[in-house]
Design a protein around this ligand. Structure first.
Ligand code: KG4
Ligand code: ZN
Length: 330
């Protein structure tokens, strides 16, 4: 089965072609980083307008790179939520029109399920624990199959990626904050400042990242001006605190569910310190942890194509009046 996957949930336009949920034939991502970086965050109207310009060329490029013609595609998967409504509508409307014009069936995909579907692309056998840490979400769930998820914990306020982005903004590092903090942290001392590890001592598997962002703000205010010289130490210490909470709660989730496999995904899974600590701690605890390559942690069309493959294979289809749902849950 040859599936075209399309994602326009936030500021990237993504399209990919995947065979049988396992073999990637093409993967195209058109980033809007250059448009939004000067604003310190995504400007929805600019994102939406740019999507309108890029959706057709990105899909055409994905088809061209796959070596296939549209007629050879068996199904179309498209993100219908969660995300920015004005961004979602572009990809969803385009996919519906393409499906209608070509008579290729389409299925709406939950973006969060898409991130998890990368585990199936990589052949990780369920059941496993998945940590999804992105710019909009941070959650832990048990995965028994595509479509069978049990939520174990989630953030009560900010997402982990959001905390990275807000701390970067506060320190004038630009957007997106994650990769910039990751890079600058390499020059800092991660033990320099003992930022709080929010929710670490609590038994539940929920997260909270707004307090640590405030702790960074207070620390910066307390420096009374001399921030530049301490920036690397601040971000390295902040990153260490976030990483520790994410890693330890995931390990706790595995132990509590008696599962020996964990999957880590979402943009924050691209963080080099998080990846290093996950591998160290998983080894110590006898847990197998799968960290996908960075392009499969951040948003991509492959994840949507893989999830769509599993749904279409079961005969599932979406109606043409499917609407975009900005706050769709897993
Ligand atoms: O999954 P994603 O591409 O989009 C959403 O679905 O949100 O995640 C984007 C988030 C942003 O907050 C970005 O700052 C963060 O992932 N991120 C990182 C890194 N790369 C991206 N956070 C920490 N370290 C990184 N290397
Ligand atoms: Zn995402």
């Amino acid at each position: 089965m040859l599936i075209l996957g399309i994602d326009s949930s936030c500021d990237d336009m993504c399209a990919a072609v995947v065979r049988d949920g396992r073999e990637i034939l093409s993967n195209v991502v058109s980033s809007q980083e250059g448009i939004h970086s000067r604003y310190g965050g995504v400007v929805p109207e600019l994102a939406s307008r740019r999507h309108l310009e890029t959706v057709l060329p990105v899909v055409e490029e994905a088809l061209r790179l796959s070596g296939l013609k549209l007629e050879e595609i068996d199904g179309i998967g498209v993100t219908y939520g969660p995300g920015l409504i004005v961004s979602l509508l572009v990809g969803l409307s385009f996919a519906k029109a393409l499906s209608l014009a070509s008579s290729i069936p389409f299925v709406g995909i939950n973006h969060l399920e898409g991130h998890i579907a990368i585990a199936f692309l990589k052949g990780l056998e369920p059941p496993f624990v998945a940590l999804l840490a992105s710019g909009g979400h941070t959650l832990l769930c048990r995965v028994d199959d595509i479509g069978r998820y049990t939520l174990l914990g989630q953030t009560r306020d900010d997402a982990a990626g959001e905390a990275f982005d807000k701390v970067a903004k506060l320190l004038d590092l630009g957007y997106p904050g994650g990769p910039r903090i990751d890079a600058l942290s390499k020059e800092g001392d991660r033990e320099a400042i003992p930022f709080p590890r929010p929710h670490m001592s609590r038994k539940d598997l929920d997260f909270s990242f707004s307090g640590i962002k405030t702790a960074v703000l207070r620390y910066v205010q307390g420096l009374e001006g001399d921030v530049e010289a301490r920036k690397a130490d601040i971000v390295a210490s902040f990153q260490e605190a976030v990483v520790e909470v994410l890693v330890e709660k995931t390990i706790r989730a595995c132990k509590g569910s008696k599962l020996e496999r964990a999957f880590v995904t979402g943009g924050v899974a691209a963080n080099s310190r998080l990846r290093e600590r996950f591998l160290e701690r998983a080894k110590e605890e006898g847990i197998e942890v799968l960290l996908p390559e960075i392009p499969f942690c951040t948003d991509n069309g492959v994840m949507i194509a893989v999830a769509a493959y599993h749904h279409l294979k079961r005969g599932e289809r979406s109606p043409y009046d499917l609407t975009a749902i900005p706050n769709l849950m897993l």
